[in-house]
Design a binder for this molecule. Structure first.
Ligand code: MTE
Length: 317
């Protein structure tokens, strides 16, 4: 896949990787959680890893929030979703990300929340989920490349975290930064000219919207590494690139932060990037989208179907 990239010096070979129907690799998933081995030695190792695991035992599955459980939405097939990923720090090939995350260390993992706020702090994911109760929400997720899925995410509203740090009056934006681990992320060296680390941003009022989810799990389990473990953002009314993975830093700022994609091509990946079927991407239509698991093509909805909750942020609705 290389649809995202446009400037010639960054352009990769066009190869829209067809989603493979790979089954969920349960053994690998458990290994990531620290439940690796079978047999006594394995159990001892598993217990040690569990003690360091970023999630409190029993945190999953979290109860589903009835407000985000639209009966009309059919969940996308989990096996497809967890093996069809955009995570350029590893590779641009969607079906290969899950094979390249083995060395990626997610423990220990601290998230730093600071910048223009009264009470900055650092916490690991276990501390965050102890302080902000986890809930499950079923959201539509729409990539700028015109594919989509329907996913049960586990997390808590970013607004709760922001309320805790008490933004100063000057704070107008929130910047998010992904880990940059050169020894563990082979894609960083391959895409040398990219302005790493992956950075994203929201206006403060967008960040405070109840839909904006600090996400630690998916399909009732902690996030697998390829989906942005141990903690990512999900912003369902915007194109998927705003939903930054493996976040280490959240910073309140007075000015609009530079983001990786906007820096690469502001025309193709502007800061706001609300899902809008009427505004084509310069190289393709955004009127419809392909569901990753069934391949069905369906109409794209303004704000990805969340206009009733967010249009007011843009003076509409
Ligand atoms: N975050 C980081 N750090 N690196 C990335 O390459 N890709 C983005 C977003 N967040 C990306 C990222 C894009 S383009 C999409 S569509 C979604 O992650 C994909 O999320 P998924 O792999 O969990 O479906």
């Amino acid at each position: 896949m290389a649809n995202l990239i446009t400037p010639p010096r960054w352009r990769l070979a066009e190869q829209d990787v067809t989603p493979e129907s790979v089954f969920w690799n349960r053994r690998e998933f458990l290994r990531q959680l620290g439940f690796a081995g079978v047999g006594l030695a394995g159990l001892a190792g598993g217990a040690r890893a569990l003690a360091q695991a970023p999630h409190a035992p029993g945190a999953y599955p979290a109860a589903r929030n009835a407000q985000f459980n639209d009966a009309k939405l059919r969940l996308s097939d989990a096996d497809t979703v967890v093996h069809y990923n955009n995570f350029y720090e590893f590779t641009t090939r969607k079906d290969q990300v899950h094979r390249l995350v083995d060395k990626f260390q997610i423990t220990p993992w601290q998230v730093e929340i600071g910048g223009l706020c009264e009470k900055p702090f650092k916490a690991d994911v276990r501390e965050l989920s102890a302080e902000f109760p986890l809930e499950e929400r079923v959201y539509r997720f729409r990539c700028v490349e015109a594919w989509s899925m329907i996913v049960p995410w586990t997390g808590f509203p970013l607004a709760k975290l922001l309320a805790k740090v008490q933004p100063k009056a000057e704070a107008k934006f929130v910047k998010f930064v992904t880990a940059e681990k050169r020894d563990q992320m082979p894609g960083l060296a391959r895409l040398r000219e990219y302005p790493w680390p992956y950075t994203e941003g929201l206006r403060l009022d967008e960040a405070m919207n109840d839909l904006t989810l600090v996400t630690t799990g998916v399909y009732g389990k902690p996030l697998p590494k390829q989906m942005g473990a141990p903690v990512r953002l999900v912003v369902p009314w915007k194109y998927g690139y705003k939903s930054i993975k493996s976040v280490v830093k959240i910073e309140l700022t007075a000015t609009q932060p530079a983001t990786l994609w906007e820096t690469l091509s502001a025309e193709e990946y502007p800061f706001e990037s609300n899902v809008d079927p009427r505004v084509p991407h310069p190289r393709w239509s955004q009127a419809t989208e392909r569901l990753v698991d069934t391949g069905d093509r369906v109409p794209t909805l303004p704000y990805n179907g969340y206009g009733d909750l967010v249009a007011k942020l843009y003076g509409k609705g």
